[in-house]
Design a protein around this ligand. Sequence first.
Ligand code: 13P
Ligand code: SF4
Length: 325
Amino acid sequence: MNIEPTIAGLRTQLIRSMMPHEIDMSLELIEKIRLLKKEMNVVVLGHNYMTPDVFYGVSDFVGDSLGLARKAADTNADIILFNGVHFMAETAKVLNPHKKVLIADPDAGCSLAESITAEDVRGLKAQYPGVPVVTYVNCSAAVKAETDICCTSSNALKVVESLDSESVIFLPDAYLAKNVAQKTDKKIISWEKGKCMVHEQFTPRDIQAARRQYGDLLVVSHPECDTPVTAESDFAGSTSQMEDAIRNSPRKNIMLITECSMADNLRAVFPDRNFVSTCQTCPHMKKITLPKVYEALLYLQYEVEVPQDIIERARKSVERMIAIG
Ligand code: 13P
Ligand code: SF4
């Protein structure tokens, strides 16, 4: 999605999830950030979990991991500022080795990415020789460099099914692997240490309790949740697919089983729906704040660096995924 609303339009979007005095403070900074962006030919990519001020105020494109990787692959901008977590900015760098890629806080990590190293992948390849390795993009470029193809939550099944092999090593998300395993005949070898610290918090009981309260509830979850949670949901998919599921449903009451900013951002898109409150905050995504975004452009910090040999090997896996769609 391509967005850059006018300041008046922005106020209307932000009022659904921010207090008026917070909006006034943010608008001042948003105008400064927009000026810097133009002066330096910067494209700002914003993940769906960014807070509404960052998401609506300063992003040129917003979306899920796959959508943003695609935008990173075909930008003409001189500088990419990635408002999301570090592995996402690294993926943008892998696709644009000659461009400056910035992240407003280099410590914005991910529990999935931290669960596995390149050495772990080499160990698995030695244990299962010849078995293709799929890595969920939520991992470091060094891990991607060891693998055959990447996937995101929006195309994981399609990527697994595209491989000419009866078994597939699927890393690092154990729950996404379980969700994929339920839909394919292939044997999925997973990495049990890989869990999203946000989505592993949800339980089927959260959904059952809400269903008792709201008769016409649409429950939409992310496949980083365990399978009993996705089984209780009406739909499970990537953050952008979650938005589409709401658009395609006539139901009024919506329960999102995911990070808190999703509902904050979608309230502006679906003003006639009631978002039933339940969410978990990702401490990594929340490291990206509007003042840090301003400083990132002012001081051109923090530059994402990836060694050249890793870029070359990781790029093959990412480009194979983009080609599959
Ligand atoms: P999406 O690709 O669905 O946006 O997911 C990224 C992510 O980190 C979810 O926790
Ligand atoms: Fe990683 Fe989970 Fe945060 Fe997404 S929500 S960035 S998977 S810790």
